[in-house]
Design a protein around this ligand. Structure first.
Ligand code: ASP
Ligand code: MG
Length: 419
């Protein structure tokens, strides 16, 4: 039996017909190496953004089911075009959407989790000599409803398919050359990491490094699937390998610095200091699938607490609605929202058992005149919430103090989002 390699191509890699032809060549090279190739593809260029915009033009609050029906079409366009490109080049190829394969997800719209992937059809098509091209980002419930996995979810489709098939590896092709110590648009001498562990990558992904969909890394970690992030346009370069921490040599305490500008801080004031209040508050958010990130409960000086936490900007509307309701139930005071914030994180498996990393981070921010508004830590990450306008200054200073730069200037793609 041949080895199976899963390749995933992002939207910028298939943005137009010329690029699709190039992607077909990258796929063919892998096939000619003697592997069975399964390809997962995203929607062309900014198609998904465009579809989201159309939906909101016609209805400011489109239903999530219809959003999934609409957004899932983007990937269908690119999978069939790419398959045609392969066929034109004389290769046997076939495309499948999630329904045809059986990429089964839970019954949740706009951010469903995959629960099972049927492989019979895929194996048969490979045995027949096909290159398979699959629509990423989409799934189907056991009742046959179309779902999507959340923005950027094609990465997760690819890793889940690779795991289900027992692939040798999963290559994520994108428009950058790998995973960097920080965003090269902010720090031009950011260095490409040769290797990074699943754990660090997971923290980096959650901390706002938009290279990989966090769930794809979780899945890779769970199945020990080696992941390689590499460039579609310089496809013979090695990129960055993501693997188990036990297989790595760690020499620096901090591997990377990330800034997340997409969070909103929520403060709920004067919550009675009695058992069960936090459970009600966060339970009501969890019920609506809203993830909460940093959480701080103030020290109860009287008989009331303030609880502050962060959520993602896309959940702001829903959170406002929920808190409006739950506020009464909690007997809480004011609720406020602030989106003028940035979460800056330093990440590194090498910080375990190495004291002084947190204090270096806080001192560096202080020396730059940056005020810290919230702090949270895990074994391999320290995050500080600061004002949004300080984000770039903070990233530069931390990248410098932890000695992450290299001599080369990275090739910069795109422009920074507005701050
Ligand atoms: N097309 C989807 C998005 O733009 C999924 C993906 O690209 O991974 O979010
Ligand atoms: Mg992506």
């Amino acid at each position: 039996m041949k080895n199976i390699v899963v390749q995933k191509f992002g939207g910028t890699s298939v943005a137009d017909i010329e690029k699709m032809r190039h992607v077909a060549d990258v796929i063919i090279q892998e096939k000619e190496n003697g592997n069975d190739v399964v390809v997962v593809v995203s929607a062309m260029g900014h198609t998904t953004d465009h579809l989201v915009k159309l939906a909101h033009e016609i209805n400011p609050h489109p239903s999530e089911r219809e959003l999934d029906m609409l957004l899932s079409t983007g990937e269908c366009v690119s999978m069939s075009l790419l398959t045609m490109a392969l066929q034109t080049k004389g290769y046997k190829a076939i495309s499948y959407n999630a329904q045809q394969i059986g990429i089964i997800t839970e019954n949740v719209h706009t951010k469903a989790r995959i629960i099972d992937i049927k492989t019979d059809k895929l194996r048969k098509s490979l045995d027949d000599g096909n290159i398979i091209v699959i629509a990423g980002f989409q799934g189907v419930t056991t009742e046959g409803e179309i779902t999507t996995l959340g923005r950027g979810g094609s990465d997760t489709s690819a890793v889940a398919i690779a795991s289900a098939l027992g692939a040798e590896r999963c290559d994520i092709y994108t428009d950058v050359e790998g995973v960097y110590t920080t965003d090269p648009r902010v720090v031009p001498n950011a260095s490409r990491l040769e290797e990074i562990s699943y754990e660090e990558m997971l923290e980096l992904a959650h901390a706002g490094a938009n290279v990989l969909h966090p769930r794809s890394v979780e899945t890779a970690k769970q199945y020990k699937m080696p992941l390689r992030v590499r460039s579609t346009f310089k496809y013979n370069n090695k990129g960055t390998l993501i693997l188990g921490v036990e297989d790595m040599e760690i020499n620096k305490p901090v591997a990377g610095v990330a800034a997340d500008l997409s969070q909103v801080r929520v403060v709920v004031c004067d919550i009675p200091d009695t058992p069960g209040e936090a459970a009600i508050l966060f339970g009501s958010l969890a019920k609506e699938n809203i993830s909460v990130d940093m959480i701080i409960q103030s020290y109860a000086r009287k008989v009331k607490n303030d609880i502050a936490f962060t959520i993602s900007k896309e959940d702001l509307g829903k959170t406002q609605e929920i808190l409006q309701r739950v506020k009464e139930q909690l007997g809480a005071g004011d609720v406020s929202f602030d989106d003028n914030i940035a979460k800056i994180s330093i990440i590194g498996a090498g910080m375990i058992d190495r004291p002084g990393i947190a204090s270096t981070m806080f001192k560096t921010l202080a020396d730059s005149g940056i005020n810290i508004r919230m702090i949270s830590t895990s074994e391999i990450k320290i995050s500080c919430l600061i004002n949004k306008e300080d984000a770039q200054k903070a990233v530069k200073a931390l990248h410098e103090v932890f000695n992450l730069g290299c001599d080369e200037i990275a090739e910069v793609k795109g422009t920074l989002p507005d701050v």
